[in-house]
Design a protein around this ligand. Structure first.
Ligand code: ADP
Ligand code: MG
Length: 378
């Protein structure tokens, strides 16, 4: 009932403009929590507004519950949207704000009251029902906006960066509430737009990472679709590898020295590397990029295979961990290495960094990933 299908959906804001969305193909299953992420301006809001019916679809088909909805009025789609700006009516109480949409639709008063009470209960708004928005915190206002969506009993919930206006602590709390809401309302599908990858990783059943810039025109809008851990462990391209994960994956220019289905070999900044990656599609001698996440590297006692050496240029002490920014030579960007928070390393000291074979990623000259050979952790 609430399955959403994008079939080759494209969007052009004007006849002469480039494609904002280029041939998006995507299925969001009944009850699935799908998160759209990507750089600012990549079209996340545009895609969401197309589902809501607030934006025309230039090409392709959009289906909800198996029905083509391209030309269906927004009010008839069974979707409810929550925006970054809460857009509450300032002169109405919480109760009236939540009831307003149902009143407009002509529902009877008893029915409205029942739905408002149920939503207030889910969102812990019951003690606040008679307050005006100005007497609420930002987090409470956003919960009212979510409540206004819940009472409509939509088959699809659309969230456009709903937590961006909240401070860090409230963001975490409201994020947990949204996860709980999804759990409690199991049948509705949710599409959630964010540029915050922690939100994406923690909320999503499925992440859709969108491209931006010139590549949208040549390669299409969607860079990769998959579970959070799939995108983290199996990025399909350099773009995905660098977007997902914080701090960012280190990317090193390298040369493939031996092709293999299981353990390939490469020269990386003068060091000999083994990588648990299938490079059969490439040729020995090919220029490649080797990727390794800061949290996958370890300090080693000295030089050797899979070890890079350099000088610590900066240290960031986060408490539970420290980030070492290491200069390996004059031309390579600083590498980031995540170590324990109690590290004794100091700026200027020489470090040797082990990049374990099973932690490496290899990308070809086009930025496409080779298949990693270890299995995904459960
Ligand atoms: P995101 O939400 O990912 O930041 P948007 O969907 O808001 O991105 O915008 C995608 C692109 O479409 C941007 O380049 C933006 O400038 C453009 N755009 C958005 N809305 C309009 C509009 N109404 N008219 C013309 N261009 C628009
Ligand atoms: Mg947006």
């Amino acid at each position: 009932m609430s399955k959403i299908e994008f079939r080759q959906v494209s969007k052009r804001y004007s006849a002469t403009a480039p494609l904002t969305i280029n041939h998006a193909d995507l299925v969001i299953e009944d009850g699935e929590f799908c998160v759209f992420v990507g750089p600012s301006g990549c079209g996340k809001s545009t895609l969401l507004r197309m589902v809501a019916g607030l934006e025309d679809i230039s090409d392709g088909d959009l289906l909800i519950g198996g029905e083509r909805v391209n030309d269906l009025a927004p009010a008839r789609r069974g979707v409810a949207m929550v925006f970054q700006s809460y857009a509450l009516y300032p002169h109405m109480t919480v109760r009236e704000n939540m009831a307003f949409g149902l009143k407009v639709l002509g529902s009877n008063a008893a029915e409205i009251d029942k739905k408002v009470r149920a939503a207030a209960d889910i969102l812990q708004l019951t003690p606040l029902l008679d307050r005006l928005p100005k007497a609420l915190s930002g987090g409470q206002r956003q919960r009212v906006a979510i409540g206004r969506a819940i009472v409509k009993e939509p088959r699809v919930f659309l969230f456009d960066e709903p937590l961006s206006n909240l401070d860090a602590a409230l963001r975490v709390q409201t994020r947990l509430e949204i996860a709980k809401l999804h759990h409690d309302i199991g049948t509705a599908s949710m599409i959630y737009v964010t540029h915050d990858q922690v939100e994406a990783m923690t909320l999503a059943d499925k992440i859709v990472l969108l491209r931006s810039g010139a590549e949208v025109q040549s390669k299409g809008s969607i860079a990769q679709v998959g579970s959070p851990l799939t995108l983290y462990h199996r990025p399909a391209s350099l773009f995905v590898a660098e977007f997902i994960g914080s701090p960012k994956m280190n990317i090193l220019s390298a040369q493939l020295s031996a092709v293999s289905a299981t353990i390939s070999q490469a020269q990386v900044l003068g060091a000999h590397f083994h990588a648990a990656v299938d490079t059969q599609a490439l040729q020995a001698g090919a220029a490649i990029s080797v990727g390794v996440r800061p949290e996958d590297m370890r300090l080693a006692p000295g030089p050797g295979a899979n070890v890079l050496s350099g000088q610590v240029a900066h240290i960031e002490k986060l408490g539970d961990a420290s980030l070492l920014y290491v200069s390996v030579n004059a031309t390579t960007p600083l590498l980031t290495l995540k170590v324990e928070g109690t590290t004794a390393q100091a700026v200027g000291s020489t470090v040797h960094m082990l990049c374990p074979p099973e932690a490496l990623h290899i990308f070809d000259e086009h930025g496409d990933a080779c298949r990693r050979t270890p299995e995904l952790p459960a």
